[in-house]
Design a binder for this molecule. Structure first.
Ligand SMILES: [Zn+2]
Ligand SMILES: [Zn+2]
Length: 269
């Protein structure tokens, strides 16, 4: 039987890309996940992870959907160099929620436009179609449900479902407590949960309000949601491999279904 959903984590680092020996195992590229959901090619966020592959996994190259959570630079900086956009036969549907009166295109062109970048999105050879994000919509047979995250300036949490298999992508999310009821109802019983966990409990008092969760809180939420499997993502840019491995071991003792996302990791559902 064919897998309903295949995905590959291309960037799991938060805030800024990093590189060096100490970041080899978890990777230094920022937020990006490639998915093949049934017949659809879907990309979640366009951080520098978008540029880490020369051959794109399970990617049709001709038509794909790009679901953006929000326009913070770490989620957008891979987009202007993404090779398929320069293919005149490609078609990309970009989804980004209208915020503060700015449409999807206007938000993207805050970064991809002079003076911050030499060209605007109109210069891509492929077709780019921009869409607002609705509470629910379809991409072919794929059901997409969304909810607002808690994050400075706003962000979107996505759930993709097909034939009873579902993936929830909740990055840049600062839940108020260990039981955010609306989110737990939204993610209940999902096949895979990708969940922000940038900080440790020790760091949190200094970074409260920055829009990110903690490892212990996200592990508790994963448990409460009944997610079959959870990968914690948006690792702090200062966190080295050895620190992440130590923190992961600690969290897995109480939550065996929870692990830390690694750049390059592939999952079939
Ligand atoms: Zn981010
Ligand atoms: Zn952000």
């Amino acid at each position: 039987m064919q897998d309903t959903i295949r995905l590959k984590l291309l960037g799991v680092r938060g805030t800024v890309p990093v590189h060096g020996e100490q970041f080899r195992q978890f990777g230094g590229a920022t937020s990006c996940v490639f998915l093949r959901v049934g017949e659809e090619s879907v990309i979640l966020d366009a951080g520098t992870g978008l540029l880490t592959q020369k051959v794109y996994p399970f990617f049709s190259g001709k038509h794909f959907s790009l679901l953006l959570t929000h326009p913070h630079v770490d989620h957008l900086m891979g987009l202007p160099m993404f090779a398929p956009l320069f293919d005149s036969e490609s078609r990309c549907d970009v989804y980004l929620k209208t915020r503060n009166g700015l449409t999807a295109r206007e938000q993207v062109e805050r970064l991809i436009a002079p003076p911050l970048w030499p060209i605007r999105t109109g210069a891509f050879k492929g077709e780019m179609r921009f869409h607002d994000v609705l509470p629910s919509f379809q991409i072919g047979r794929v059901q997409v449900d969304t909810m607002d995250s808690v994050h400075p300036g706003g962000s979107t949490i996505y759930k993709l479902s097909l034939d009873g298999v579902s993936v929830v992508y909740a990055t840049d999310f600062e839940p108020a407590d260990d039981n955010p009821e609306a989110f737990c109802a939204f993610a209940k019983g999902c096949s895979l949960l990708l969940l922000d966990a940038q900080y440790t409990d020790e760091e949190y008092p200094r970074v409260k309000g920055f829009g990110h969760s903690t490892i212990s809180r996200s592990a508790a939420i994963a448990d409460r949601c009944g997610a079959k499997r959870t990968l914690l993502i948006h690792h702090d840019p200062n966190r080295t491999d050895s620190q992440l491995i130590e923190l992961e071991q600690a969290v897995r003792t109480g939550n065996p279904n929870v692990s830390f996302g690694r750049e390059g990791e592939e999952i079939c559902l």
